[in-house]
Design a protein around this ligand. Sequence first.
Ligand code: HEC
Ligand code: HEC
Length: 333
Amino acid sequence: MKRLFIAAGLALGFSLQAEAGDDADAFKARYQRPTSIPFPKDNPYTPEKAALGKMLFFDTRLSRDRNLSCASCHNPSFGWEVPFAKAIGAGGKPLGRHAPTAINLAWSQNLFWDGRAPTLEAQARGPIEADVEMDLPLGTALTRLKEVEGYRQAFSRAFPSDGLTEANILKAIATFERTLVTGITPFDRWVRGNDKAISDAAQRGFVLFNGKAACSGCHAGWNFTDDKFHDVGLPDADKGRSVVTKKAEDDFGMKTPGLREISARAPYMHDGSLATLEAVMGHYVAGGTARPTRSPLMKPVPLNGTEVADVIAFLRTLSSPQSVVTLPNLPAH
Ligand code: HEC
Ligand code: HEC
């Protein structure tokens, strides 16, 4: 432990070694996992609702041509997203943006890269109806599900008062999504006091992440996001947040993605333009395109090769061991 703090102190250029040790421990305190999942009052958790939401999440009946489910683009094998730059929607056409992960969203008040949906319930309507995604009006989805005895029963169990309705389709999906929380990672074990849970390089990377590399200004807290919008200076023309707010100062703003399970989630960024974590670090070291909207928290960070490798070693400790996701049994009729 002592040795790490000294190394961290040197990496940060601190003159007082003890101070750096105190900092590492102070940093750790910011990354404690929450002990429960927040569910909204108007859509509280029940196991019946979560199980139904899982069925809907994996069911291609929610797409016009019965060929896409939510999981087609939010695939558990790839950190609940897909390993290509632009997800492929209805008609085989690529979408405008990279699919973000569906995990740890119970804590997000801003859904989509530009934050245009305030809740998971509101968000779920988007992909079902968007012509480039699943291309099915929610009313038609309702009619389809009503024809399926297994769904009629599952909805009456999950929603005893009103059963199968458009709003309840969205509520069930949102409830399932809130249960998608990353498992315990080596990083979490280290934060809880197991000094050997992550390598020395990763420990140095953690201190850099919170210090010299200035990542934690935006990737803050246990899920490594402030849930806010920033222009990090990517060259892509996507205006992001300003499409919603209509304010030029919000141009190129995108929601800070959480960094858990990040090794499984390549390629990176809203446009999937950076293929590897090394490329992401290259972007941050250079500082991105300088323009009036670029965040004041973004400036070139002068890390040497070892320091870049250390930050990446740390990022790789944010993945839980591959957990087996069982597929739901979908009713045949
Ligand atoms: C064809 C691919 C595709 C399908 C199918 C799809 N999504 Fe997505 N999803 C995306 C893309 C791309 C985005 C980002 C769009 C944007 O920000 O404009 C996204 C964004 C999201 C977000 C926001 C995540 C965040 O961090 O803000 C959630 C939640 C989500 N999808 C859930 C779902 C659900 C639920 C379904 C099924 C009803 C679904 N998606 C179907 C591609 C897809
Ligand atoms: C000014 C706020 C800010 C700072 C500082 C910042 N990030 Fe980010 N980060 C973001 C935003 C916003 C995005 C999404 C940008 C986009 O796609 O346009 C992002 C994306 C990422 C991604 C890709 C995630 C994904 O799901 O595709 C990684 C990895 C990442 N950042 C790591 C870092 C590291 C490491 C540092 C420090 C060297 C850092 N970030 C500094 C805000 C920030």
